[in-house]
Write a protein that binds this ligand. Structure first.
Ligand SMILES: NC(=O)c1ccc[n+]([C@@H]2O[C@H](COP(=O)([O-])OP(=O)(O)OC[C@H]3O[C@@H](n4cnc5c(N)ncnc54)[C@H](OP(=O)(O)O)[C@@H]3O)[C@@H](O)[C@H]2O)c1
Length: 251
C-alpha cells in the first residue's frame, strides 16, 4: 500500500458534480487519479483529461471496475440513485468484489440511508422520501430503494468502507471539512445543508481517517447555524471538524 503522498485513487462516477470535485481534491493532493464514467459523459471531463486516466463504461460493469480499480489504494464511489436498472447496487457490488484487497472504500449517499435505524428524521424529510420514492420509481427516473440496497451490501461487507451520508447540497466556495454525527436527528445536523465541494472534501479526507472505517457519518456544513451553535455550546469557539458524537452516546 502506498503512502498518502503517492496514492493512486479511483473515482467512480467521476463526471458528475460530486465526482468532479473529488477528482480535483485528489489531483490537488498530487495523487494519481483514475476516473470511471459513462462513455457519453467522457467529454464532461475534458478539462481534466490530461491529468487523469479515464476508464469509460457503466459503473455497474464488473469488468470496467476491475480494470479501473487495479492498483488503486482507494476507491471513491458516487452511489447514483438514477435509473431503475439496479445501477447503484450493481456499482457497489462491483467495487466490493473488485477493489484491491485492503483498499480504502468510500461511498456517497443521502441522509435517507440508515445504518442502524437510530436516525430521527424531520417530518418534512420523511414525507418527501415517502412521496418521492414511489413516484420516481413509477416515472423510472430514480430508484431510492436501490441505493438502500447498495448501502446494505456495503454495511454487510468486511471491507474497509465508509458510507458518507450527505444532507441537502448547494454549490458555493468551500467552508472547510463538514462536521458529522452518527445519527440524523442530532441537533448539530439540523441545518441540513452542505456545500457539494465540501461533501467531496469529506470523502477524500476520510481516506486518511481510520476512525471513519466502517462508519456511516451524516454530514453538515461546518459553517451552518446548527454546526456553529453546537460548536459554541460544546467545544468552545472552534467547530469540531470531525466527530460530534462519541461511541455509546448515540441517541
Ligand atoms: N443532490 C442532492 O441534493 C443530494 C443530497 C444528499 C446526498 N446526495 C448524494 O450525493 C451524490 C451525488 O449526487 P448529486 O445529486 O450531487 O449528483 P452528481 O454529483 O451530479 O452525480 C450524478 C451521477 O449520476 C450519474 N447519472 C446520471 N444519470 C444517470 C443514469 N441515467 N444512469 C446512470 N448514471 C447516471 C452521473 O453520471 P454522468 O456524469 O455519466 O451523467 C453522475 O455520476 C449521490 O450519492 C447522492 O445520493 C445528493
Amino acid at each position: 500500500m502506498s503512502t498518502s503522498a503517492t496514492r493512486r485513487v479511483c473515482v467512480i462516477g467521476a463526471s458528475g458534480k460530486l465526482g468532479r470535485y473529488m477528482v480535483r481534491h485528489a489531483l490537488d493532493r498530487g495523487w494519481e487519479v483514475v476516473g470511471v464514467c459513462r462513455e457519453r459523459s467522457v467529454p464532461k471531463l475534458a478539462d481534466l483529461a490530461d491529468r487523469m486516466t479515464i476508464v469509460p463504461g457503466p459503473t455497474n460493469d464488473p469488468e470496467v471496475i476491475r480494470k479501473a480499480a487495479a492498483g488503486c489504494d482507494a476507491v471513491l464511489t458516487v452511489l447514483v440513485p438514477w435509473g431503475v436498472q439496479r445501477y447503484s447496487s450493481g456499482t457497489a457490488q462491483a467495487v466490493l468484489d473488485h477493489a484491491e484487497p485492503g483498499a480504502r472504500l468510500v461511498f456517497s449517499c443521502g441522509w435517507h440511508i440508515s445504518r442502524d435505524g437510530g436516525d430521527r428524521y424531520p417530518w418534512k424529510f420523511r414525507m418527501m422520501v415517502r412521496v418521492i420514492t414511489p413516484l420516481a420509481r413509477l416515472a423510472r427516473v430514480v430508484d431510492v430503494n436501490d441505493q438502500v440496497e447498495a448501502c446494505r451490501r456495503v454495511f454487510a461487507s468486511d471491507r474497509r468502507w465508509t458510507v458518507v451520508r450527505g444532507s441537502d447540497l448547494e454549490e458555493g466556495d468551500s467552508q472547510g471539512l463538514p462536521v458529522w454525527s452518527r445519527h440524523v436527528g442530532d441537533p448539530v445536523l439540523a441545518s441540513n445543508l452542505t456545500r457539494r465541494v465540501d461533501f467531496a472534501l469529506f470523502m477524500v479526507e476520510a481516506l486518511d481517517d481510520e476512525s471513519l472505517v466502517r462508519e456511516a457519518p451524516a454530514i453538515v456544513g461546518r459553517l451552518t447555524p446548527s454546526a456553529l451553535s453546537h460548536s459554541a455550546a460544546g467545544t468552545g469557539t472552534e467547530v469540531s471538524a470531525h466527530e460530534t458524537e462519541q461511541p455509546g452516546e448515540a441517541s
